[in-house]
Design a protein around this ligand. Structure first.
Ligand code: NAD
Ligand code: 89V
Length: 343
């Protein structure tokens, strides 16, 4: 099998995980990298033995010789780079947050549709093994029809040391982390009709909100809560675990701290350890995220080969992105926001 050749743009903090994962993905290999910062370009190029290095993405696309692009830059450059990929008809993966605004995100999806190229958002949290285990139990009918859920990420972990830009934006936790949690809520309980949100900033050293509580009305009838915080100081730090509670007509699911999955139904109670693997290049506590990076990139490689739609396609991600926009709108106005009106 000939390997798909990829090019990666943005050799920063998180791209190192993506590069490690590409080494493990079957059927794909990175042949070129790009970063406008020469030190970062050299560091990643040397670490992963990539000879083709570019400071300018336009030049890299002009030279070509790759089957897809993996955009791992921060959000400011996403629209321009996705549109560049579309102009060159190169299938694209784009990191989250997909875009600065929902209208940019819609334009990016339209550009790729017009160019007939696949577009996947690197929305990896739904690919975490514990979240996959919850979905599998639900699909197997373990608790019947779910009618209530809670998706919770509460932490005091210092994310600012690795990603200093997170302290600087007017928006913080919903845009950066809540976006994943909202995506998990959609993945587990389906699309959302309306939401109501409240936000707070507890840490005085950052600009954006670091606490958010969001009430979701799902189209299928369930109600859920997405609650996220980076101002929560616990005895045992849970970063980066998303805890899940689901109540269904026939039982309950609880994914609790320490990757403990408990399912209760008429057959009794089963408890399973759904801890992620520690991949050879991974390190705790990031290993849960790192395994999901490998999983989403393997998924991309398989779908690009068989022509199928990816789980977190650009079109799918518009529905998650709309929840982010709606959460900020609801927090500002104090009122519920209808999602259909945004899409
Ligand atoms: P970073 O600032 O460390 O790295 C971004 C890199 O992109 C920098 O080296 C910068 O020079 C380069 N860059 C920016 N614009 C460019 C352009 N137009 N052309 C070439 N190079 C360009 O950022 P990061 O922390 O690695 O985050 C990158 C993205 O990954 C963000 O969108 C962030 O939200 C996301 N992220 C995702 C996860 C996840 O689990 N999915 C985790 C962390 C970060
Ligand atoms: O996944 C992310 O986007 C990261 C982090 C987990 C630190 O919030 O920014």
């Amino acid at each position: 099998m000939q390997k798909l050749r990829g090019a990666l743009i943005g050799c920063g903090f998180f791209a190192v995980n993506q590069m490690h994962a590409w080494n493990d993905v079957e059927g794909a290999v990175i042949v070129a990298i790009c970063d406008r910062d020469p030190e970062r370009l050299a560091a990643v190029g040397d670490q992963f033995g990539i000879a083709r290095r570019y400071a300018d993405a336009a030049q890299m696309f002009a030279d070509g010789g790759f089957d897809f692009v993996d955009i791992a830059t921060t959000v400011q450059s996403h629209r321009a780079l996705v549109e560049l990929a579309a102009a060159h008809k190169v299938p694209a993966i784009c990191q989250k947050p997909f875009a600065r605004t929902l209208s940019d995100a819609k334009a990016m999806v339209a550009a790729c549709r017009t160019a007939s190229i696949p577009l996947m958002v690197h929305e990896n949290f739904r690919w975490q093994p514990p979240i996959q285990a919850v979905r599998k139990a639900l699909d197997a009918g373990a608790i019947g029809e779910p009618f209530w859920g809670r998706f919770s990420f509460r932490s005091g972990f210092d994310v600012f040391s690795g990603q200093p830009y997170l302290a600087e934006g007017e928006r913080f936790i919903i845009e950066d982390l809540g976006i994943h949690t909202l995506d998990i809520a959609r993945y587990i309980l389906g699309d959302v009709k309306s939401l109501t949100a409240r936000t707070l900033r507890v840490n005085p050293k950052i600009k954006g909100e670091d606490v958010a509580t969001i009430l979701l009305d799902h189209e299928a009838g369930a109600t859920s809560i997405v609650d996220v915080s980076y101002a929560t100081k616990l005895g045992t730090e849970p970063f980066p675990e998303t805890l899940v509670e689901l109540d269904g007509t026939e039982g309950t699911i609880r994914l609790s701290q320490g990757y403990r999955l408990e399912i209760n139904n008429a057959a009794g109670t089963t408890v399973t350890d759904v801890s992620p693997k520690l991949l050879s290049w991974a390190s705790r506590p990031w290993h849960n995220i790192q395994e999901s990076v490998f999983a989403i990139q393997q998924h991309w490689s398989e779908r690009l080969r068989d022509g199928g739609e990816t789980s977190t396609s650009g079109a799918d991600n518009l529905k998650t992105f709309a929840l982010v926009e709606a959460a900020y709108e609801s927090a500002a106005s104090g009122s519920p926001v209808e999602i259909g009106a945004l899409l």
